[in-house]
Design a protein around this ligand. Structure first.
Ligand code: 13P
Length: 250
């Protein structure tokens, strides 16, 4: 099944007031590609200002706590993200799984909480270089998928999966298109086993060193339904050619 492509930018810990002009530029240029879903996940404190600057454009968070409220210093609930105007959030990014020791169970709880609240979720999975070199990438990523995704899809909001090999993030390295096809195909099969027909409609994004020069060949791979873009999403000049490549890939 051919799904509409989603190209989401993950701004990570980048972005202050003076960057709102860049967000406005991206949102305005994205109107030229109505066949692609485009979104930006910005730092939590910038969400509300970004939403005010570009009210029609989807702005998201980069993480969410699984609890509705409580004694969780420094954390942000799904309700708070929604209240700030966000419509989506990333969960389980490898940088958080690593630096914040987030477990699969925690990522699953976060995804569940966000979806129940009506926030669309981009749930990240991906293997380390050691695992890739050992030849266990597919098994490892599927085990991570099994343990991280919610029990059932929800009607309230959309779940997307982002396959992000850790060694490809910010490194300029990417898997071959055959390796991406193998992984995305395996993820698709597992989603169908888990969710039945609904599993065919879950978008599977690729992330890790996506740039204007490689986006076209990545989007041409079967079961690549979009991209989660880090560094190249910070400037419209880098990000929009990636969106254009998604539009051309159909
Ligand atoms: P880069 O595109 O900078 O490699 O980052 C990918 C990523 O981590 C997106 O979540």
């Amino acid at each position: 099944m051919r799904l509409r492509k989603l190209v989401a930018g993950n701004w990570k810990m980048h972005g202050i007031s003076s960057d709102l002009a860049e967000i406005e530029q991206i949102a305005s240029a994205a109107r030229g590609y109505p066949q692609v879903d485009v979104a930006l996940c910005v730092p939590a404190v910038l969400i509300e200002r970004a939403v005010r600057a570009v009210p029609e454009f989807p702005i998201g968070g980069q993480d969410v706590h699984h609890a509705e409220r409580g004694a969780h210093t420094g954390c942000t609930s799904a309700g708070m993200l929604l209240d700030a105007g966000a419509v989506l959030t990333i969960v389980g990014h490898s940088e958080r799984r690593d630096s914040q020791r987030e477990s699969n169970a925690e990522v699953q709880a976060k995804a569940h909480a966000a979806l129940q609240c009506g926030l669309n979720v981009i749930l990240c999975i991906g293997e380390s270089l050691a695992v890739r070199e050992r030849g266990d990438a597919v098994e490892t990523v599927l085990a991570q998928l099994d343990a991280s995704i919610p029990q059932a899809p929800t009607e309230e909001a959309e779940l997307a999966i982002a396959y992000e090999p850790i060694w490809a993030i910010g490194s300029g390295k990417t898997p071959t298109t055959d390796e991406i096809a193998e992984m995305h195909g395996a993820i698709r099969e597992r989603l169908k086993q888990r969710y039945g027909g609904e599993g065919e409609r879950v978008r599977i994004l690729y992330g890790g060193s996506v740039k204007p020069s490689n986006a076209g060949e990545i989007f041409a791979v079967a079961d690549v339904d979009g991209a989660l873009v880090g560094g190249a999403s910070l400037k419209a000049a880098d990000f929009m050619p990636i969106v254009e490549a998604a539009a051309n890939a159909g």
